[in-house]
Design a protein around this ligand. Structure first.
Ligand code: FAD
Length: 727
């Protein structure tokens, strides 16, 4: 708190402008009816720049109360900027050379706060009393401070994000170094207590204003960000009753809070956009996934919507109070900056309201479409608002536009790169497992990385704006022995059928059904990627996968990578264990058939121990919060059959060809217990590095986080990666 007040004081000191003294002297003569031209007929600046009596009074005030530097700054501004703006020229400073301060104070009429607006005409310059000058100085410097402080506080928030990102980059670097070097224990403790665990251990995802509570470290950052904004919007105002611009404290506070909230809101906009785009280099630099940046994006949006709302309401109320009902109902709303600013605020409110997770999840594509449309209207509204009301702040809008354009160009560039000249993809629908496998031929330029994902676009869909993220489940290299049918590298995606794009694709495939409900055909599906933060776990001797449902696609990609490395004698992996919770046994069979059988050709022998615990959770809806369930072991075959006539686990052990040891359980796994006991069983062994890779629904990710942080208590070197499956 002390640091904060010191920073606030520094920001406030930095905003005492040298120009304030000159402005204060200038305004002291505003209401004095000198003989000759006066402000009511020619305007204040023409009057102040040309009426010799006014100019002498202003100059004398400056000479008596301002420092030489302040005098120079003010004279330069009046001579070079303000007077030329009205096509008039300020007389020379020498017009007060022939009178001393003492003479002026003695001979000229004195003006103070009470006599500041006399009615009689003045035929001489006036002497400004110190007390009156001070009131103007305070009025003026308060006014300037608000502008400067608003910017400084906004920079403080930009600095906060800079610090967060710096921390993220250093943390990522440390995680990388940790693979080859021993880092101080503090690093592990920091991850164990702050980075990995969720905020509340006992509950999975806790709805808070229709959102979810993110992990502890993320939550802390968000809390600091929200508090920083709230504090900086509402501190260091110096309202006083004699203020000469706004005649009541309430008016002053309204104007100043209105300005501050508007400025801070605008300065937040670049990060709002940066954190919301797919092609964000910071994802790669920090190792944080898109979901993390998306959380930040949402919280920035919520906070700045609140700021924009306060800004708008305050100005509307102020204008209503100042101008009266008739002005408010007629003239006020005709100003483009006013109504476009109001439109921008309304857009933000709708954007936030429609981004609640219940709506987002129910109709994701509609949400995305509305989100983009409202974002465009918001930017247009903001542009017109700022163009008239603070053009300097447009500098904070353009980076947002640039980030957006950059993202779009990269998206479509990458889509074109992968798609142009590529043969059609091949899609297969497997009825029992209710999964679609899409194999997309692509250029041979990347080495596919497990843990990454691509966006799939389909020409079958009329909704061309749609693109859906899918984890890379496997690949075939054109250069591998036997090559590929398409002569290109092929990326394999596996997906569960939901209600939108996936359901439409299933319909297309079902039209080509083979009689047993399965269907396959060539489809126009294109990919855009690569996205995600590929995590290489090969440095760990033990690999533990904790996956739920289709989250198994993350494991299949890693398994393929390990199999390749073992075949090339480049692997130091000694054990792979998979904990997989799924509803549909047929899905297990499908993965067994398409993925695990590959291992029959891998020369694992005694070198690598492969095991899997399969938890069949049945058809019941999976609740949001994990329940205490005692899983019942139902079968422990050495291997699992590749074909089964029904949806039930097999009752007899099949052939011994597969190196996998698989155990089946009924019910949901107690993930924390399973992971921790697994980790502890390693800690007595000599090879102490364990990688835990998780992917699945939110409730599962929650439990996996708790489990990882507990596993870190052992003396194992635990590394972890939680692949995103949702945002
Ligand atoms: C990084 C990532 C990797 C994924 N990998 C896989 C995978 O390998 N296999 C798999 O089966 N599923 C995966 N998913 C989930 C998959 O993206 C959605 O199930 C799919 O988009 C649903 O499409 P739909 O139109 O049929 O769904 P809908 O029935 O319209 O929606 C079903 C759910 O999917 C979400 N969703 C829909 N469209 C999108 C989108 N464009 N972006 C993010 N979420 C969306 C919705 O919020 C909703 O909760 C992944 C999701 C993410 C974020």
């Amino acid at each position: 708190m002390r640091l904060l007040s010191l920073l606030l004081t520094l920001a406030a000191c930095a905003s005492a402008l040298p120009m304030d003294c000159g402005w204060a002297c200038l305004f002291t003569v505003e209401d004095i009816p000198f003989t000759g031209i006066n402000s009511s007929t020619v305007g204040f600046y023409v009057f102040a720049c040309t009426n010799p009596l006014a100019v002498q009074s202003i100059f004398m005030c400056m000479r008596y109360y301002c420092t030489e530097h302040e005098q120079q700054v003010a004279l330069n501004a009046f001579n070079d900027t303000y007077c030329p703006l009205y096509d008039v020229k300020l007389p020379s400073w020498s017009i007060i050379d022939n009178i001393t301060d003492a003479e002026a104070e003695k001979e000229w009429p004195h003006i103070d706060y009470d006599t500041r607006a006399p009615t009689e005409t003045f035929y001489t310059p006036v002497w400004i009393e110190r007390s009156y000058y001070k009131i103007w100085y305070r009025t003026e410097s308060d006014f300037d401070n608000i502008e400067v402080n608003s910017d400084n506080y906004g920079y403080g928030i930009l600095g906060f994000w800079g610090a967060v990102l710096f921390f993220g980059i250093v943390n990522n670097l440390c995680r990388y170094l940790r693979r080859h070097h021993r880092l101080p224990r503090a690093f592990t403790l920091f991850h164990r207590y702050l980075v990995v665990p969720p905020v509340l251990r006992s509950r999975s995802t806790v709805p808070v204003i229709h959102s979810e509570i993110p992990p502890l470290m993320q939550t802390l950052m968000i809390i600091i960000f929200v508090c920083l904004n709230l504090i900086l919007c509402f501190v260091t105002y110096d309202a006083f009753s004699q203020d000469l611009f706004w005649h009541s404290k309430a008016d002053q506070l309204m104007r100043y809070i209105g300005w501050r909230t508007g400025a801070i809101c605008t300065l937040n906009i670049p990060f709002l956009w940066l954190f919301g785009i797919r092609n964000n280099l910071l994802i790669w630099m920090t190792g944080w996934d898109f979901a993390t940046f998306n959380q930040f994006h949402r919280w920035i949006a919520r906070v700045i919507t609140l700021e924009a709302l306060v800004h708008t309401v305050i100005f509307i109320v102020f204008e209503y109070r100042a101008g009266g009902r008739v002005y408010f109902m007629t003239e006020f709303w005709q100003y483009i900056d006013i109504y476009m600013g109001t439109v921008a605020t309304l857009c933000m409110m709708f954007l936030c309201a429609l981004a609640v997770s219940s709506f987002r999840r129910a109709v994701y594509d509609v949400f995305v479409l509305i989100h983009k449309a409202l974002a465009i209207v918001f930017l247009a509204g903001l542009y017109y608002h700022l163009f008239y009301d603070g053009p300097a702040y447009l500098n904070y809008m353009w980076p947002a536009v640039a980030f957006w354009v950059f993202d779009r160009v990269l998206r479509y560039g990458r889509l074109a790169y992968w798609s142009i000249g590529a043969p059609r993809a091949f899609a297969e629908y497997h009825r029992d497992a209710d999964v679609i496998q899409v194999t997309v031929p692509v250029r041979q330029s990347i080495s596919p990385q497990p843990g990454t994902y691509f966006f799939l676009y389909s020409a079958h869909s009329l909704q061309v704006w749609e693109s859906h993220p899918f984890t890379l489940a496997g690949w075939r290299r054109a250069s591998s022995p036997g090559g590929t049918a398409s002569g290109r590298d092929e990326l394999i995606f596996l997906f569960q059928v939901r209600k939108g794009f996936t359901s439409r694709l299933r319909k297309t495939l079902c039209n080509r059904t083979d009689g047993d409900g399965n269907g396959a055909c060539k489809v126009r599906v294109n990919v855009e990627g690569v996205y995600g933060t590929p995590y290489s776990s090969g440095h760990c001797a033990r690999q533990l996968f904790v996956v739920g449902g289709m989250g198994v696609t993350v494991a299949t990609a890693y398994l393929q990578r390990f199999a390749e490395a073992i075949q090339q004698n480049k692997s130091s992996v000694r054990e792979i264990h998979i904990i997989w919770a799924l509803r549909n046994y047929a899905l297990f069979q499908y993965i067994q058939e398409t993925c695990l059988t590959l291992w029959e050709q891998v020369p694992v022998a005694d070198r690598v121990h492969l095991s899997m615990d399969v938890y069949l959770t049945g058809d019941a809806d999976v609740p949001n919060t994990p329940k205490e369930v005692t899983s019942e072991k139902i079968f422990t075959p050495a291997v699992v059959p590749m074909e089964s006539d029904n949806d039930q686990p097999p009752s007899t052990p099949p052939s011994q060809a597969s190196p996998w040891t698989i155990q089946f359980y009924n019910g949901r796994p107690d993930l924390t217990a399973a992971v921790v006991s697994h980790a502890r069983s390693f800690s007595s062994e000599e090879t102490k590095s364990l990688a835990i890779i998780g992917c699945g629904p939110r409730s599962m990710t929650h439990s996996t986080r708790v489990a990882i942080s507990m596993a870190m208590e052992s003396d194992l070197e635990v590394d972890y990666y939680l692949a995103p499956f949702d945002w």
